[in-house]
Design a protein around this ligand. Sequence first.
Ligand SMILES: [Zn+2]
Length: 272
Amino acid sequence: MTRTRRAAAFLGAVALLSAVATAPAAGQSLFDRLRQAASVARTLLPISTEKEIEIGRGIAATIAGRFPVSTDAGLTRYVNLVGLTVASQAPRGDITYRFAVLETPIVNAYAAPGGYIFITKGSLDLIRSEAELAGVLAHEVGHVNRRHVIEQIRKSDTMREVKNTLDLQGFVLDRVVGTGANALFTGLSRGDEMEADSLGLEYASSAGYDPGGLAAFIGRLDQHAGEGPVSEFFATHPKPNERVDRLNSIARREGLPGGVMLADRYRATVGH
Ligand SMILES: [Zn+2]
């Protein structure tokens, strides 16, 4: 996508968002409501960004211990390019996003706190365009932006014993990292997944990608239901057809403009 095109798409999104921001409360945009919920959540969270990043690094190490991280520099650079493009549309400026590919046929993606995001080779093999990749990565960026794993940790038994976040070190930090990694591997709540879908749609669309990317990928997964590599995804996420219907209706309701798919660039770079 050219810089001009991306800038135009971005300005379009800004215009869209300012239009909904001035709308009366009754007709409030979904994205506005999400932003309000975020500011409330922030005031309740006692875990600093610095600690979040430290916890995230530990969880990232746990994920990288479970699956080997791809050493394909070209592929990793491409996934980072797409990931950073959608992350640039997310509001948090206090974290740096990093994207990595995991060498496993399992179809999934994981967002550790602090901006450490992983997508599996199994997912990349099923993805058919850059807009789909952007949608999946933007969904993960949504989890990080809304601190979903940190929120799980905050509510955990381990945290109940911690009086001060400065105490989050040594074996207490290890336990907290274990709680977070477990939340990622067993699945976040349905509400968190739906919120990440809405945010992913917003970020990918604002970045200039076609808003149908994430729904197209989730819809394709449905065709592979019952196959081994997708079983983890099905066990850890809400029903694909429900998510697709919801994503499509949000895109319609918010009047999201069409964007680029970049199927050729995806095929040329990822190679299938
Ligand atoms: Zn998710």
